[in-house]
Design a protein around this ligand. Structure first.
Ligand code: ADP
Ligand code: ZN
Ligand code: ZN
Length: 789
């Protein structure tokens, strides 16, 4: 599989071994289309008829395998299932920089004396400078000493044993650390400003990766150099930012009982699941209310599995958001736990990967991509909070980690446990129809009851319109809790100060000119910011349209709620947690720790909705439950239901007497009502009936074809052409649209979407593949999302 990033080049290709015989998983250089490119070997060499048209592998860059046959199978499966290229699939299965044994370098500590021709030749070439095995092979070739990479590796290893040569891994590590910490991230600001082919390629590469890439990777993908980066920055096409240091996993565990005995319900769950796992491959849905102790059940199952010699992967939606979960596994399994998350550098990631492959870890806890961790004797993959959309990767390969887990375990005979308090309707439907096993836990482990949920109709509370973030009902509950010394969590669905800056005279609200979206008011630096492209502007004194001075912040963000609560409860210690307060390394853990230790009120976005477990939280307020409900998405109700359930689940985990207050403009919506009643089953029945009627998942399969480009009419033309062809030719597929994407313009690019519905996976994938093969305007990018979440 060649390392060439275009959809038209999708191997595998056949080469002759050319003397050296690299095994499956090796990295090689091969001639391709008139030049030399890198590539990965995806099968073992096999004898074949002599064929003059076959080219030979030129060089073996790295003998140590990056993946095994199982990984190749998984990559092939990803490619078929998610309409991506083999190369994209392989890059996910075997991440870059993750050779299965550390890439070593060698150096002579002193001049070799009488150690033979090899050592002399190498010392002649390198002196005291360190070199890689592949450089050694080349130097030896130049000195007239031809040998295979394998042979050279063996010679080097022998020289190390003899003391002639030393391995220099430390320096490598130091170098890696330096480059990663100083590396910049390129952010796409406005694709429409790109001039020249290089800048356009760069903009397209960034657009394809959600607008953001580490600079080295962006250069490589777009095949541009630092001059293009410099000019693109100056022209305003891109911005440069220090590579975000994601939050480290914090060891902040709220006081925990060291040893717990399983409740009756938990015991039943453990025995049922364990028995099923011993029998053979199994997929099970563990449907347990918030606080029922699902994590406890996973850990007991893994403990038993370990004693039988098995290993496990635990997937969590986003590791930085769930430090408590990973900390709990570390507390139980200690050193045998590896944690993989997005904040790791390539080097750190490769280290955990290699430890896993070497059998030094029994449990790997991680986000989405940890589903590929190369654990030998892998017997269980837990997908915690399986309903979370973050399990779907949003760049190619656009895989779903839960589906990958099932494919992986189906092949090796292991188990998959999908855990959730609010299962996705796909999983639930499969469970109640007997397709997968179903285990229900309906009680909290602590025997604390589920907290009562009060719905506050915001349309009725006049005082709240645009002025007051929290109404009297919530203020009263908060007051009582704080007086008793208990804690409060407030959930707000937007960061920043206010959603809009609205002119009261003419109704104008500033929008981002690149992204067709309202600018959000931020208070700290008095700026207006775009939450899509990150652009910031100074707040105008007067309305840019009518010159009126009557500009009013409208709607609520976390900053404004923090301000209001500070005025209402001046003595309370308030912690705000959102993307703006958690940029530093470890900030997430620090904030949570300080809330647990001395905080009174935690105000935050999505990132506080799940996983937090603080016994002294007795009031949870949802400042506005509506944003998700208004999204043009067939999952809007499901998302709202699960978010409200998750947020409410933070309350009253230890004792009765807790309260949840939900403020909403849609008090009668069934998702709001049924979440307040803690009634998943009724919600699911109602929602499934709607989905069945419209043939939405789980009753039909769905794919989106996205088109994007800086020229609106070109995008529209391609979208119409693709939709028409599909309507005319795709069998067994219903083609809907094209319609503007829910985000119709982003970072200077216009976006359209075609939706495909089908009862048959094969028909759906055929249609996607045929769309990808259609000839189209090269300035319009296409991406395909199979099974969108
Ligand atoms: P879930 O993941 O289902 O929301 P958790 O695993 O976070 O639930 O457990 C909720 C709380 O109940 C935690 O504080 C946990 O320590 C506690 N807990 C779980 N099982 C037991 C048990 N058997 N005995 C006592 N406390 C338990
Ligand atoms: Zn105005
Ligand atoms: Zn913008």
């Amino acid at each position: 599989v060649v390392d060439v990033a275009t959809a038209h080049v999708d191997g595998p290709f056949t080469y002759t071994t050319g003397g050296s015989a690299p095994a499956l998983g090796a990295r090689v250089r091969v001639p391709f289309g008139g030049r030399l490119v890198g590539g990965w070997v995806v099968s073992d060499p096999a004898p074949a008829q002599p064929d003059a048209s076959l080219k030979a592998i030129v060089d073996v860059e790295d003998e140590s395998p990056r993946f095994d046959a199982e990984a190749v199978h998984l990559a092939a499966w990803l490619r078929g299932r998610y309409a991506c290229t083999f190369r994209e699939a392989l890059a996910s299965v075997a991440p870059r920089g993750a050779a299965m044994s550390a890439r070593s370098r060698f150096a002579f500590p002193t001049a070799p004396d009488a150690s033979g021709a090899t050592a002399d030749a190498l010392f002649g070439a390198f002196g005291a400078r360190p070199f890689t095995p592949i450089a050694a092979v080349r130097a030896l070739k130049r000195a007239g000493l031809r040998m295979s990479a394998q042979r050279a590796q063996a010679e080097l290893a022998r020289a190390v044993r003899l003391g002639t040569l030393q391995r220099v891994q430390e320096r490598e590590k130091a170098k890696r650390a330096r480059t990663t910490s100083s590396e910049m991230c390129l952010v796409l600001a406005d694709a429409a400003l790109a001039k020249g082919a290089g800048q356009r390629r760069l903009a397209a590469a960034l657009g394809e990766h959600d607008g953001k890439l580490p600079s080295r990777q962006a250069c490589k993908l777009a095949a541009v150099g630092s001059d293009v980066i410099r000019r693109a920055t100056k022209a305003g096409v891109i911005r440069q930012e220090p590579l975000a240091q994601a939050a480290a996993t914090a060891g902040t565990i709220a006081g925990r009982r060291p040893s717990m005995t399983a409740t009756a319900e938990q015991r039943r769950a453990i025995e049922t699941l364990d028995a099923a796992m011993k029998k053979g491959p199994v997929v099970a849905l563990l449907h347990g209310v918030t606080g029922s102790g699902k994590t406890f059940v996973y850990s007991r199952l893994i403990d038993r599995l370990r004693r039988r010699g098995g290993r496990a992967i635990v997937l969590v939606p986003e590791i930085a958001l769930t430090p408590q979960t990973s900390a709990r596994f570390i507390a139980i399994f200690g050193e045998r736990v590896g944690v993989l998350h997005s904040g790791l550098s390539d080097g750190e990631r490769a280290r955990v990967w290699n430890q896993a492959a070497a059998g030094d870890l029994d449990v790997v806890v991680g986000a989405r991509s940890a589903v590929f961790a190369p654990l030998p004797k892998l017997a269980l993959i837990v997908v915690d909070e399986e309903h979370e959309p973050s399990y779907k990767q949003d760049v190619a390969p656009r895989y779903d980690a839960a589906a990958v887990a099932r494919e992986r375990m189906a092949r090796s005979g292991g188990a998959v446990i999908l855990g959730s308090a609010t299962p996705s309707l796909e999983s639930y439907q499969e469970a109640i129809s007997g397709g997968i096993a179903y285990v229900r836990m309906s009680q909290r482990a602590t025997s604390a009851p589920m907290p009562p949920v009060q719905i506050v109709d915001m349309t009725a509370e006049k005082s709240m319109r645009g002025r007051q973030a929290v109404g009297p009902a919530l203020v009263e509950r908060m007051d009582a809790a704080l007086k008793r010394g208990q804690k409060v969590i407030l959930f707000v669905n937007r960061r920043g100060y206010a959603g809009l800056l609205l002119c009261r005279a003419c109704g104008f609200a500033p929008r981002c000119r690149r992204c067709a979206i309202s600018l959000v008011l931020h208070s700290a630096d008095g700026s207006l910011r775009c939450h899509v492209c990150g652009d910031a502007f100074k707040v105008p004194n007067a309305c840019p349209k009518c010159r009126s001075l009557d500009l009013l912040p409208y709607g609520f963000g976390t900053q404004r709620v923090e301000e209001t609560i500070g005025e209402l409860f001046p003595a309370a210690k308030i912690i705000r947690m959102d993307a703006d307060t958690t940029t530093g390394r470890g900030a997430h853990g620090r904030l949570l720790h300080s809330f647990g230790a001395e905080g009174d009120v935690l105000i935050g976005t999505q990132m506080i909705a799940k996983g937090l477990d603080y016994p002294s939280v007795t009031v949870v307020g949802v400042v506005s439950a509506d944003v998700d409900l208004n999204r043009p998405d067939f999952r809007a109700a499901e998302r709202t239901f699960s978010l409200l359930t998750q947020v409410a689940g933070r309350a009253g985990r230890a004792a009765p007497g807790s309260n949840v207050v939900v403020q909403t403009y849609s008090p009668d919506h069934y998702a709001v009502r049924l979440a307040a009643a803690h009634d998943y089953e009724t919600f699911a029945r109602k929602e499934l009936a709607l989905r069945r009627e419209l043939r939405y998942p789980p009753f039909g399969r769905l794919a989106y074809i996205g088109l994007a480009g800086v020229d609106a009419s070109a995008v529209g033309k391609v979208a119409n052409m693709v939709a028409e062809e599909l309507r005319a030719n795709a069998r067994g597929v219903e083609t809907l649209g094209p319609a503007p994407d829910p985000l119709p313009k982003a970072r200077g690019e216009y976006r359209m979407r075609i939706a495909l519905k089908s009862e048959s996976e094969a028909d759906l994938l055929d249609a996607c593949r045929s769309a990808q093969r259609m000839r189209r305007d090269p300035d319009v990018r296409m991406h395909v999302v199979v099974d969108p979440r």
